[in-house]
Design a protein around this ligand. Structure first.
Ligand code: DGJ
Length: 714
């Protein structure tokens, strides 16, 4: 019998649901006691009738109650449950016991809502499930509702608990880092106890990214079972991975319960962030490709209809704060000659912004630097056939600003306590609606009065002293949530008012990269570290969760971070693996540099749809060996591009043959080298040969690189 076309099957007799995508199935059922339990998560099933009833387990001992062995979908903190709860509350009378039971459900197309309620009072939770059958993704979130007559405070509000098939030997893969060293890959065994990745910094943060992958200990880049998930939240988040003493691995994620207290009045609700998850039988590479496709098609604004990312120039590393009309115009003229399509003026154009000690908050054009406003520069840029982009950092304020002199109360603060300044700046309290409206007004005005195609939205510090005195003691911790909601609201309204406006999310590099912000921006600044060799690893980590299309990558001058110098071709090829930009001081470039850049940008435009919209195969990792290789295969299979980099050759050793992936065995491909480093001289090669024998590249010395383009001929 063929697999059912239905993405959600329901068996009334056993109150069982089977959610199925192209790549995975997920099942749960209501037990005789009314608890909702997970039954299955893994490779696709097609028959809901195969699933067992959610039978209750027996207590093992008075210390090992049955509840600890049952895989509840959304456990409240109550009764004998000692693992990480999905929901914890405190009632006005101090009562904290919460035991959730099934009430009803609603199914429509690919969506399922299951309502739960506490055994005593109407503390209600609606669990939302949505299946994306073609993408292999399921999303979960929860709405918590106070249907009681009294207020209660939520102490922990998670989006979902994901239970893995019982067993041991699992490994966790996650991304950690710091400023200029984001998205470093960690892979470690899961042992009993908890592993927490989180942000307590108010934004997504450089330190951990809200993504995980779990495998049974034997998956590789292209083989083996991998369960993965990503949270859509740009504030304080937390993902807890725990193995119970009963060999059960559970992943619980949502808003961070640290410093969390969210009071719900009768009738009020709280929605938790969306937690997307999937399963791949094709290793970490397969998991990434599922997420990449999903992000491009279902997360990013415009989805498949949005345009590929333009090649941009950004002035930051060339000029820092020293921007002037003449200086920017000169750079724009040089950038246009290279083939740049979007010219972005970075920090320094507004208020008294000559350094990082002043100006944030005063979003009016600096009259000394731009005596006639932005129009002459924008006209020049547009006249050169480029769009114009502008840097803003709307959430921030310097003490030395007109705005702070008028509105010191707009800053996040605890009265009477120090207001920590980081990079000499404080944070405006976006949770306040007056502040939100002010910021929206500033940006709306800028976008209305100028031909701005693109905002680079920066955020250069984390939260401290997160006080909101006007909200009152019982509600001021709502700031963690209200801030993010209002940030999202500003961006959503801006986009609605200016449909052509594009936005880059930057937070001192990659401090705000998650599926929540990606639902409303077009690309992200991956890292302030633009040094090409470091970038290989940052980009490898980034690509675990996020597609090349949104991975902004600039070619900058050397020496850069670490004092390292790499050849210009190497820097281009590294950056061409994402959304290409140039951030160098073009005034210092030689004619030879400009000629190479022009050639590379033209090449990039030819392969751009393949890189930005194709499937990524990470062939050789920069964490292993001295050769890194990545391959992109176009969605229609007609073009493929291979990028290869050598760190440092030793003992005259030849680079290993690079075996490709994702091609048609029987097809023939025209092989085109961009230089003389391809040793295979046959003009055409079969898919079988390319995938089994591989390409031989003459990569020598330090920081050598090349690219090979394959065009399918039959
Ligand atoms: C941090 C960003 O990551 C940089 O690209 C640049 O925009 C600076 N801020 C400007 O202050």
């Amino acid at each position: 019998m063929a697999a059912s076309a239905q993405s959600i099957q329901y068996v009334e007799a056993r109150k069982t649901w089977l959610l199925t995508t192209h790549d995975s199935s997920y099942a749960m059922a209501v037990g005789a006691d009314g608890a909702l339990r997970n039954l299955y998560w893994g490779a696709p099933l097609w028959r809901a009738d195969d699933l067992p009833a959610a039978a209750p387990r027996r207590d093992v001992s008075s210390f090992d109650p049955r509840q600890m062995l049952e895989n509840e979908e959304f456990p409240g903190w109550g009764g004998p449950r000692y693992y990480e709860p999905a929901l914890k509350i405190t009632r006005e009378d101090g009562g904290r016991d919460l035991v959730l039971r099934y009430v009803s459900h609603r199914m429509q197309n690919n969506e399922l809502d299951i309502s739960l309620k506490d055994i005593n009072d109407p503390v209600e939770v609606v669990l939302h499930y949505r299946v994306y059958p073609e993408n292999g993704i399921i999303v979960r979130s929860a709405t918590i509702r106070n249907a009681t007559a009294h207020a209660f405070t939520i102490n922990s509000a998670q989006s979902a608990t994901w239970n893995l098939p019982p067993g041991e030997g699992y490994r966790l893969t996650y991304l950690s880092g710091r400023w200029a060293a984001e998205t470093q890959i960690n892979r470690e065994p899961i042992h009993e106890g908890q592993k927490v990745i989180e942000s307590r910094k108010g934004h997504t943060s450089h330190n951990f990214n809200p993504w995980f992958a779990i495998d049974p200990g034997d998956a590789g880049e292209e083989h083996g079972r991998v369960w993965f998930g990503a949270l859509a939240w740009s504030g304080n988040w937390r993902i807890t991975v725990e193995q119970t003493p009963y060999r059960q691995v559970r992943v619980t994620g949502g808003m961070n319960s640290f410093d969390f207290a969210y009071r719900l009045q009768p009738g009020e609700t709280l929605d938790t962030p969306q937690f997307f998850a999937g399963f791949s039988a094709d290793g970490f590479g397969g998991a990434s490709r599922l997420l990449h496709r999903f992000v491009r098609e279902k997360i990013l604004p415009g989805g498949l209809t949005s345009r590929t990312r333009a090649v941009l120039y950004n002035s930051w590393e060339a000029t820092t704060f020293n921007v002037t009309q003449a200086g920017q115009q000169a750079l724009a003229e040089k950038a246009a000659k290279l083939g740049v399509e979007l010219f972005v003026m970075d920090d320094g154009w507004f208020g008294k912004r000559n350094n990082d000690r002043a100006g944030l908050g005063d979003w009016f054009v600096n009259p000394q630097k731009f005596p006639q406003g932005l129009k002459p520069l924008i006209d020049t840029v547009n006249g050169l056939n480029m769009d114009f982009g502008l840097w803003v950092e709307p959430e921030m304020i310097n003490a030395d600003s007109d705005l702070y002199r008028v509105h010191p109360d707009w800053v996040i603060n605890f009265p009477g306590r120090p207001r920590s300044e980081l990079r000499n700046q404080m944070i405006l309290n976006l949770a306040r609606d007056d502040v939100k409206e002010y910021i929206f007004g500033v940006l709306d005005k800028l976008a209305s009065e100028n031909n701005i195609r693109y905002f680079k939205w920066d955020m250069n510090r984390s939260f401290t002293e997160p006080g909101w005195p006007e909200a009152g003691a019982a509600d001021e911790q709502k700031l963690w949530v209200a801030y993010v909601r209002n940030l999202y609201d500003i961006i959503d309204r801006l986009r609605a008012r200016h449909p052509k406006l594009e936005i880059e999310s930057c937070s001192g590099g990659g401090g705000r990269v998650d599926l929540g912000i990606l639902q409303r921006v077009d690309e992200v600044w991956t890292s302030d570290n633009t040094e090409a060799f470091d970038r290989l690893r940052i980009q490898e980590g980034f690509s675990q969760a996020y597609p090349a299309k949104i991975m902004s990558a600039w070619v900058t001058d050397v020496p850069n971070q670490n004092g390292r110098s790499t050849p210009l071709a190497y820097r281009f090829l590294v950056a061409m693996q994402g959304a290409l930009g140039v951030g160098a001081n073009l005034n210092k470039w030689t004619d030879a540099d400009s000629a190479l850049a022009t050639k590379m940008i033209a090449l990039y435009k030819r392969i751009r749809p393949t890189v930005q919209l194709g499937d990524l195969y990470r062939l050789l990792s920069p964490r292993e060996g001295d050769v890194t290789a990545n391959q992109y295969v176009a969605a229609d299979g007609k073009q493929s591009v291979v990028f290869a980099f050598r760190h440092s050759q030793e003992y005259n050793t030849a680079a290993p043959a690079i075996r490709l992936r994702g091609l048609e065995e029987k097809a023939l491909y025209k092989v085109e080298a961009i230089d003389n480093k391809l040793m295979d001289r046959q003009p055409q090669l079969s898919g079988a040969y390319l995938m089994r024998a591989g390409l031989n590249l003459n990569l020598r010395g330090d920081f050598d690189s090349t690219a090979v383009i394959l065009e399918r001929v039959q």
